[in-house]
Write a new protein. Sequence first.
Length: 199
Amino acid sequence: MASLFIPNRALALFTDDIAHPPTESQYLENHHAVEIQSRLLSVISSSSPLENIVQLGSAAVIIFENSFYIFDKRNHLQGQEESVPSFYVALEQYIASPHAAAVKEGVSAAVQAYEEAVTTAAHVYEEAVKAFVYTYQGNLPAWMVKLPVEPLKRKARERSQRSFARSKEEEKESSCSRAKEELIKAILEITLNHRLPRP
């Protein structure tokens, strides 16, 4: 029943669009959305998806804040007609300002530091686990050698390896968590330090 509902709903939406085509203002809104997207994407460019997302988020916060101030200022000037939406004015101001480049550089450095910290934590974890497993392959600790039966020795070795791997995993997670906290702090600082001046 649900599988029939989805195509029927899609067909209803499609026929509704044919019966009621988008108005000129809706078309302009879609056109503006595409224009805004292309303008914002021209400001950010990176090989890292995380860096792109963080740059876009920082830019959006700065632009929206300035857009609010522009809108508020226009409301106080009762006689001024709003010819260009405040968001577009704020977007253009941001793109033209040196803040866009500064945010891009700051975010790039912060994301790179985060990615290096996470990579280092993963590498340290893998190396520690490999070294631990390699150490126990040839020689057993004295307490394991004294165990009377081979299955008991094997179980004790496996339990010891799991315990060690778990502790190293917790260390890795802790390092990654600290790196994430540092990234968030850096992004907030970058965003707050590169706000556009109030109009």
